[in-house]
Ligand binder design. Structure first.
Ligand code: FES
Length: 206
């Protein structure tokens, strides 16, 4: 099987929880934030994207079936509609639970020509992970992503809300050491930052 086919292989979607299995887990803060966001949009459908960011934070970075069901329940939308939105955008983690840090390596044309496949192989040898895999200690997930729109910094990697590039093996070593020893922009922290951006928008337009 070619590499491209493997990368595009479908993953199993979780079975939607039945109504009697619904286990709502949003914190008081999350509920409060969602209520504030609901006032900002003309209808609840428009609130799905920010609602999913709250869920991604509240569920530890992973939108499993329970997380999607909770957003659907709180916004009075169908599970299928919310899941359709969540699985359309790659910034939502629906395929697998990510590690604390997500290493998003661009392997699109400019980065490919500047050595991102070499870096991908280096990550595999250093951390033992390929596309969609997480280290055993749960610290790092690696994903190959499409153009991050900063081709002048190729080969480029995104970690949380930060871009790193042009990268080479030495810079990658230093970055991984830094992420091991600091919080950095984790998957959960980034979700929270995006929620706060939405909330600031609500405040601005009051
Ligand atoms: S091709 Fe990598 S940022 Fe554009």
């Amino acid at each position: 099987m070619s590499e491209l086919v493997q990368l595009g292989a479908p993953h199993d979607r979780p079975r939607p929880p039945r109504a009697d299995e619904l286990n709502l887990r949003f914190s008081e803060q999350g509920i409060h934030e969602l209520e504030a966001l609901k006032t900002h949009y003309p209808d609840l459908k428009s609130c799905i994207l920010p609602g999913l960011w709250i869920a991604q934070r509240e569920y530890g970075g992973f939108l499993d079936g329970a997380a999607i069901a909770e957003v659907a329940h709180r916004l009075n939308r169908s599970y299928a509609e919310v899941e359709g939105v969540a699985t359309f955008y790659t910034m939502y983690n629906t395929a697998h639970k990510p590690g604390k840090h997500k290493l998003e390596l661009c392997t699109c044309l400019s980065c490919h020509l500047c050595g991102s496949y070499r870096l991908r192989d280096y990550i595999k040898s250093k951390l033992g992970i390929s596309h969609g895999e997480t280290t055993e200690d749960g610290l790092f997930t690696m994903e190959e992503v499409e153009c991050l729109d900063a081709c002048d910094r190729a080969p480029l990697m995104q970690v949380g809300d930060q871009y790193y590039g042009p990268l080479d093996e030495a810079k990658l070593d230093a970055l991984i050491d830094q992420l091991r020893n600091t919080e950095g922009s984790t998957v959960v922290k980034m979700a929270d930052e995006i929620v706060q951006v939405h909330l600031r928008d609500v405040e601005r337009h009051k």
